[in-house]
Ligand binder design. Sequence first.
Ligand SMILES: [Zn+2]
Length: 262
Amino acid sequence: MTSWHIPDDLRGSYLEGTLEPALAMSVDAHLDRCAECRAAVPYDKDWLEASWARLETKLVTPRPGLSERFLWHVGVPDHLARLLSATPTMSRAWLAAVVAVLAFAVLAAREQAEFLPAFLIAAPVLPLAGIALAYGPRVDPVHELVAATPMSGPRLLLARATAVLTVSVVLAGIASPLLPAPPGMSAAWLLPALAAGAGCLALSNRLPVPIAALAVGGVWLAIVGAGRLFGDWPAVFGPAPQIGYAAAALLLIYRFHRLSTR
Ligand SMILES: [Zn+2]
């Protein structure tokens, strides 16, 4: 046992999740041996125990779950597949909620054509909700780091946000041919959804992730509201706004990439 302990500034960066993976791993290793330094890390006992129980089920259970096997089959590396399927948002409850919302929107639109925009408006919000839930107020980054992995903040966030976005986009893509809409219109949610996901990632450098997701969701609803005031649905979903969403998505992804590799 040495007399060295984790200095305050190092623990600070560790708690913020800004340490590089190698350094985060050595902090992990020290925390593992040193009760004194562990005591200096703030944590919520109940949350940690629940989290360990969940991780044990996901990580120790020898038989991989459905989502993990699927990710593995489409070529996602082992460790990443395991990490992603342990993500709270990849849980069955979240998937069921997304399917329910999409099914409801499709049924409503088939019943009455005026409800079609409900689907187009909801589809970009679903991935945001998923990203926000993965980083909800009770899911503190330090717990994730201590409990699961030396993977650092922005990379983990990107991996999870991409997974959430991919699942939402695939599910909404399966639902859109069922919509009573011209082909171009039934996919009109796709670019706004990508732009919203990218916007959430870019904002997460300045704001806590759930707040960033709420802010982006609010901006999207404001755009929809303004479009409704100043024109009709083409003002929100027509070709010109679509070019804008594509440009915004590219710009925001570039910005997140610059910030997270700085
Ligand atoms: Zn120590």
